[in-house]
Design a protein around this ligand. Structure first.
Ligand SMILES: [Zn+2]
Length: 501
């Protein structure tokens, strides 16, 4: 057994050195910051003593994810990891009638935020990037101090408070839930012991000291006699003097000053244990979160907006190119898939060797005009999501190969210029189509929806040599993405147009 443990420790050290150090210091909250968390909870508890909150009403809380890259644009975390985080958060806060949604992704290239967000220039850059209409979460390479993540107080409607998470912990089921616990005024279960975990050489056993190592938090007792004003201030989270683990276990036989054995909640979200199969919040913690959410300092995360919340159960079916299809072109390549119910957006992932291409679209197709290389195999897959549902799955991955040719579409060689204006066009207005041609030719013009439905057409229009222009009506056409498609005996021209409301 001992051998197994040593081997595990060796693996942890060897494979993920940060995991080990962060057993010492899982979230980068200093004891000063932890005192602010505790003070906020006690203030809310006092102010909202007589408050009754509606049961059964979900509060929707906006999140803004800043995906931070190094100065040269490298190393950025992924939108997919934010969606997994959203999925976990919404599962973990469902009982508390809080659901989160993505207000937006933002992209920053800043070396200081990227690997030193706690430093002077990093935290200044974060403060400058903040927008106070959502919980601002910075996804970085390194949170600093060996931490997985941290919440930065002070609380306040403009108080410069934010969350930082190292990108490798974004998909952890508990890390962001823990940090948002701090955001909503929850202290650690071992509050006061952050910077000095229990150590028999320093604190003895039984632990007889009155103050925790931070010098101002009372040491909580097992019998609950001082629970409301010591430790984390909650009576349903037992005494805990910080015994972190990477495998959800507590084996020290530590006693308090009454010689009673501690039984810390290893699987509480606000503790420092990795590897538990499930975590929980106690009722007192949930009440504190509710108080915080409804406090003045959290006005800005209660905009009263109801996002799309449809659960997405279907995986997308990829339509074109088909699996193993050999294209004879590599420009103007359309990828299309069947729309998925509940999806507002899709992540499109392409992979060719070490080249990764990733796009987010709000349509069920994407056009690669010139990003694809000739004679290359591409693996591709698509994942649907909406602003509050990040738990959907990717489609299966299929493969196509590009060819040497330049266009998927045989162009009308007589045409030297083709433009459509305005784009976007307001629904009900006319689209102005301009053509410059070297010869006369006849063509039919179609306005086609994304799903291939022809919504308007002009049959057999005679284009004259030189410049020609004609108008195509968008009356009675719903807003969305369309194609203007010109077909003649000589070939086809195609341009995408957005019809806006
Ligand atoms: Zn923490």
């Amino acid at each position: 057994m001992k051998n197994n443990f040593s081997f595990l420790t060796f693996l942890l050290l060897f494979l993920t050195p940060t995991l080990f150090s962060q057993q010492q210091f899982s979230c980068g909250m200093s004891s000063t910051d932890c005192k602010e968390v505790m003070a906020e909870m006690l203030k809310n508890r006092e102010e909202m003593r007589d408050q009754n909150f509606d049961r059964g009403a979900i509060t929707y809380v906006p999140l803004r994810f800043f995906l931070v890259a190094d100065l040269d644009g490298s190393g950025r975390g992924t939108e997919r990891s934010c969606l997994t985080a959203l999925c976990n958060l919404n599962n973990n806060y469902a009982e508390q009638e809080i659901q989160f949604y993505i207000k937006e992704f933002k992209y920053i290239d800043n070396g200081s935020i990227y690997d030193s967000p706690m430093g002077f220039s990093g935290s200044n850059a974060i403060a400058n990037a903040m927008i106070y209409d959502a919980i601002n979460i910075f996804v970085v390479q390194d949170a600093g101090g060996g931490a997985a993540a941290y919440f930065q107080p002070p609380y306040g409607p403009n108080g410069n408070d934010w969350v930082v998470c190292a990108k490798q912990y974004m998909t952890d089921t508990r890390v962001l839930t823990h940090e948002l616990g701090h955001f909503f005024s929850l202290a650690h279960t071992f509050n006061g012991w952050e910077e000095e975990q229990w150590d028999i050489a320093k604190h003895g056993n039984p632990v007889t000291q009155f103050w925790a190592p931070d010098g101002s938090t009372r040491v909580e007792l097992v019998d609950g006699s001082n629970c409301s004003n010591s430790g984390d201030g909650f009576c349903d989270t037992p005494a805990d003097y910080l015994f972190p683990s990477g495998n959800c276990s507590y084996t020290d036989q530590v006693r308090d000053k009454n010689s009673e054995l501690l039984e810390p909640q290893v699987d509480n979200y606000m503790n420092y244990h990795f590897g538990c199969s499930e975590y929980f919040y106690t009722d007192d913690q949930k009440a504190a979160v509710k108080n915080s959410l409804n406090s003045f300092n959290r006005n800005y995360v209660r905009p009263g907006f109801t996002p799309v919340t449809t659960e997405i159960t279907d995986k997308p079916t990829l339509i074109s190119p088909e699996n193993d299809e050999q294209l004879d072109y590599h420009e103007n390549v359309y990828l299309t898939w069947e729309p998925v119910e509940g999806a507002q957006y899709y992540i499109v992932d392409l992979l060719s060797g070490t080249t990764k291409i990733k796009r987010i679209v709000d349509t069920n197709f994407i056009l690669f005009e010139d990003e694809l290389q000739p004679d290359k195999s591409y693996l591709w897959k698509v994942m649907p999501f909406n602003e509050s549902y990040g738990c959907a799955q990717f489609s299966s991955t299929i493969k196509f190969r590009t060819g040497e040719g330049f266009n998927s579409i045989q162009e009308i060689t007589e045409v030297s210029e083709f433009s459509i204006l305005p784009n976007p066009v307001q629904a009900g207005s006319n689209i102005n189509i301009s053509i410059s041609a070297d010869e006369n030719f006849d063509a039919t013009i179609f306005l086609v929806s994304m799903t291939g439905q022809i919504v308007n057409s002009i049959q057999n229009y005679q284009f004259q040599k030189g410049n020609a222009s004609l108008e195509l009506s968008t009356s009675n056409i719903p807003s969305g993405v369309y194609f203007v498609n010109i077909q003649s005996e000589k070939g086809v021209l195609n341009k995408k147009i957005i019809v806006s409301k």
